[in-house]
Design a protein around this ligand. Structure first.
Ligand SMILES: NC(=O)c1ccc[n+]([C@@H]2O[C@H](COP(=O)([O-])OP(=O)(O)OC[C@H]3O[C@@H](n4cnc5c(N)ncnc54)[C@H](OP(=O)(O)O)[C@@H]3O)[C@@H](O)[C@H]2O)c1
Length: 355
């Protein structure tokens, strides 16, 4: 049972991120002081949206220059904080060197932040943004899960440096966090494990998250001929922020929380946009046949290997979200609302052009 004093500052690592921005907004609306640890506080394009929110709320935001790869660089930002949100981690899939670009910042960065927590006596709770990627790599793994459903008891054992290195980075980083949590008794650990996050971006012009690439490709004609019917989970970014908020301030919160609203697939994400946007944007209307993907997929995208296609296309994804619903009381948004609100931002910001 950990009670957090809301008059103390709260640290958010990676505060510029797509997911973190909504969390920072909730904290500021609550009137709290946010210590925003970011790589470049002087980059106005990346922090302007946070300044704007702070100006409209009772809360205060203070920036600290921090890098996951620089040891000790979170010390100043963590001073006097009881609650730490560690969201920073690269979410990119097109990488040249997976060790350097993904694993090192994810794993060494988590170690770096938690070592600083060990040296900061005020810290009582750490909430790490993990992922469903630390539970599974391919949708086919649902079939071998107990009752055919992913739960918090399952760990990813199939991702590697060579196969789906982003999933490997999240698995190794979360393992590191639990290992470090068990070797001390000062702070407790809660992890939020979201599936694919979509929903409106607060900083659409500067988003780096892979989430937005997927959304853009649904609307820019890349998937006009059809889309792989790939089993995935979907959750709204606003619900993910609420999950983080509640994980921080619910004294009884504990362990891992699968944060997934809908067991769905890429085709349903695309077709859910048709009624509102189908006339103006080249959205996918049908599924691409698996046999065709097996031939052209590996040529189109280096991550779209035959193994990946075999294990994900036309395979159902199923996860059990009952822990977060029952313990943190999250009431997830409908899929259509998430998809339409996300897409509307791309339209409003002229990131997508009508056909
Ligand atoms: N989006 C999803 O579908 C999804 C699903 C499950 C889990 N997650 C997790 O959610 C978290 C946030 O992801 P996101 O989708 O919001 O992506 P994002 O917008 O790209 O955010 C990633 C954040 O990590 C920071 N970062 C990356 N490398 C860093 C480094 N070396 N030092 C310091 N900061 C660094 C980035 O800082 P800069 O602004 O300086 O680049 C950015 O703030 C990640 O942990 C991700 O794994 C995301």
């Amino acid at each position: 049972m950990t009670q957090i004093d809301k008059s103390k500052p709260v640290l958010v690592t990676g505060a510029t991120g797509y997911v973190a921005a909504w969390l920072v907004k909730s904290l500021l609306e609550e009137g709290m002081t946010v210590h925003a640890a970011v790589r470049n506080p002087d980059n106005k394009k990346k922090v302007a949206h946070l300044d704007e929110i702070a100006a409209k709320t009772e809360g205060t935001i203070k920036y600290f220059k921090s890098d996951l790869l620089k040891q000790g660089s979170y010390g100043e930002a963590m001073k006097d904080c009881e609650l730490i949100y560690h969201t920073a981690s690269p979410f990119i899939t097109d990488v040249k060197d997976p060790q350097k670009d993904l694993i090192d910042p994810a794993v060494n960065g988590t170690q770096n932040v938690l070592e600083t927590a060990n040296q900061t006596p005020s810290v009582k709770r750490v909430v790490v943004t993990s992922s469903c990627a630390s539970i599974y790599t391919d949708a086919i793994e649902c079939e071998s899960a107990p009752n055919g459903v992913l739960t918090e008891d399952i760990w990813n054992t199939t991702a590697s440096l060579e196969y789906q290195p982003y999933s490997y980075s999240k698995t190794m980083a979360e393992r590191k966090a639990w290992e470090m949590n068990e070797s001390q008794s000062q702070w407790d650990l809660v992890t939020i494990n979201p599936c694919l996050v979509l929903g409106p971006a607060l900083n659409a012009q500067a988003v780096t998250s892979e989430s937005y690439n997927i959304l853009k490709q649904l609307g820019d004609g890349t998937m006009k001929a059809g889309v792989p019917k790939m089993g995935i989970g979907l959750v709204d970014v606003r619900d993910v922020a609420e999950a983080h908020f509640k994980a921080g301030f619910t004294p009884e919160a504990h362990g891992r929380y699968i944060t997934a609203a809908h067991n769905t697939d890429l085709l349903e994400l695309g077709t859910s946009l048709l009624p509102k946007f189908g006339d103006k944007y080249p959205l996918p209307k049908k599924a691409l046949p698996k046999w065709l993907l097996m031939i052209v997929g590996p040529m189109a995208n280096k991550l779209f290997t035959r193994k990946f296609i075999r294990n994900n296309v036309n395979v159902e994804w199923k996860a059990d979200n009952s822990k977060i619903v029952n313990e943190l009381g999250i009431n997830f948004k409908p899929l259509k609302e998430t998809m339409e609100d996300s897409f509307q931002v791309l339209v409003d910001e002229k990131i997508l052009q009508p056909k």
